[in-house]
Design a protein around this ligand. Sequence first.
Ligand SMILES: [Zn+2]
Length: 74
Amino acid sequence: MAFFFIIGMKFIAWGSERMPGTMRCGDCGTVAQFIRKSGMRFLTLFFVIPVLPLSGVKSLAECPTCGARYDVST
Ligand SMILES: [Zn+2]
C-alpha cells in the first residue's frame, strides 16, 4: 500500500484596485492604469490546495491588457 502526495507551488494573487498613475507595460507596450494586486507563494497539495505560505505578501502591478505582472514592492 503506497501513499503519495503531489506537492507543488502556486502563486495566488488577489485584489483589483487601480494604481494611482499610469505605467508602461514592458511586454505589450500598453500605457494604462495598472491593477494593484497582492500575492503570496504557497506550497500546494495536489496543485490546488494551498497548505503553507512560502513568502510574505508581495505587491504586484498587473497589466490590464496582457496580464503581465510586475513586482512593485519597495
Ligand atoms: Zn501588457
